[in-house]
Design a protein around this ligand. Structure first.
Ligand code: GTQ
Ligand code: FE2
Length: 348
């Protein structure tokens, strides 16, 4: 495939442009829109209705089997600004996954890292490198890069949850690898408590002496709603403010849960609003509880539990709670931070 051929009115220059094209070259002075004053973002502010996601996930559950080949019954949120790409924002994959009662989603691993967040429901187990992690309402469960994972639902009732992956980042870096699990047999083990939580989730501020974290990611793979809820309540009590934001961290290093994704949870009290702010990089929001309005750029979305929203890079957003809102959020901030590209600004 040849490179773009630029045209000039001057015949000598036009001839030179022809030679550029033959040699796979382009003149910078003809290239507009490369170094823009601010990010020119393709993704647009968008909201996927939780109610619709649940309804269409359920219908897919009736029509589409999960097995080797299909592997995952997942509906990807495709931002309308991204020209058909199955990404919620330029750097994040967001989706809902639906597993019927008694179903298994077979083991595999891939270099993109994943996280699961549960808006409503329980009963599915995710095994991460063989460690059984239960998923329940409000829980955050991690599947770090290149860890084997499989899901199984020992109950009769279906379950739906939210997946967020750094897939677009890994794809942009041409670093996608994928591999199926070593055995055909589904591992349907459960456990009262995962090994990861027994070791690293024993109590606030307590980690095994001498513990070295796996580089760049948390050895704790599940963050339980009861703990998150208590922490939010405590922070609001301490500050007396109308909203509070917590960051999920690696308990050993204090850093983000994974090298590519920052997870946060915000609580906004009824009648309160957050100060509009923006930062570089993409963000995906998931409404856990409550209702009100989320403003992203010029858009205003009335929200309810289960809604997923896209916050494009450098776009101001704010939350206005009618009923107390709990809002889970994933951004690519660790990537931008590592590269010295994270800019934040309040716009209030
Ligand atoms: O659960 O393993 O949403 O591999 C996309 C790719 C979920 C998963 C997604 C995946 C998974
Ligand atoms: Fe996967």
């Amino acid at each position: 495939m040849a490179t773009r051929r630029f045209k000039a009115t001057d015949p000598e220059l036009d001839e030179l442009y022809g030679r550029f094209a033959d040699q796979g070259l382009q003149p910078l002075w003809e290239l507009a829109g490369l170094l823009t004053a601010e990010p020119r973002v393709q993704a647009v502010p968008y909201r996927w209705s939780g109610r619709v996601l649940r309804e269409l996930g359920t219908r897919a559950g009736e029509l589409v089997p999960v097995d080797r080949g299909g592997d995952r019954r997942v509906l990807a949120c495709a931002n309308p600004g991204l020209g058909g790409a199955p990404y919620a924002v330029g750097t994040l994959w967001a989706a809902i996954q639906y597993l019927r009662g008694r179903e298994v989603a077979p083991a595999h691993r891939h270099t993109p890292a994943a996280l699961r967040f549960v808006v409503e429901g329980e009963g599915v187990w995710t095994l991460v490198d063989g460690d059984p992690l239960h998923m329940g309402t409000g829980d955050l469960v991690l599947t770090p890069s290149w860890t084997f994972h499989e899901h199984h639902n020992p109950r009769d009732e279906p379950m739906i949850w939210v997946d967020v992956l750094d897939l677009p980042v890994v794809a942009a870096l041409d670093a996608i690898f994928f591999e199926e699990g070593p055995t055909e047999e589904a591992d349907t083990r459960t456990a009262v408590r995962s090994g990861s939580e027994a070791r690293y989730g024993g109590g606030p501020g307590l980690v095994p002496s001498g513990a070295a974290p796996p580089p760049g990611r948390s050895p704790l793979l599940a963050y339980r709603w009861a703990d998150t809820d208590r922490a939010l309540t405590g922070l609001l009590e301490a500050t007396g403010e109308g909203d509070a934001v917590l960051r999920y961290t690696d308990p050993v290093s204090g850093g983000d849960v994974m090298p590519t994704m920052r997870c946060e949870i915000a609580r906004v009290l009824a009648g309160a609003a957050t100060v509009p702010a923006r930062q570089t990089g993409g963000r995906v929001l998931c409404v856990l509880h409550g209702g009100g309005e989320i403003r992203i750029g010029a858009e205003r979305f009335a929200v309810e539990p289960g809604d997923l929203l896209a916050v494009p890079s450098w776009t101001p957003w704010s939350v206005h709670a009618d009923a107390e809102i709990d809002l889970f959020s994933t951004s690519d901030a660790p990537v931008l931070e590592a590269l010295g590209l994270l800019r934040t600004e309040t716009c209030g």
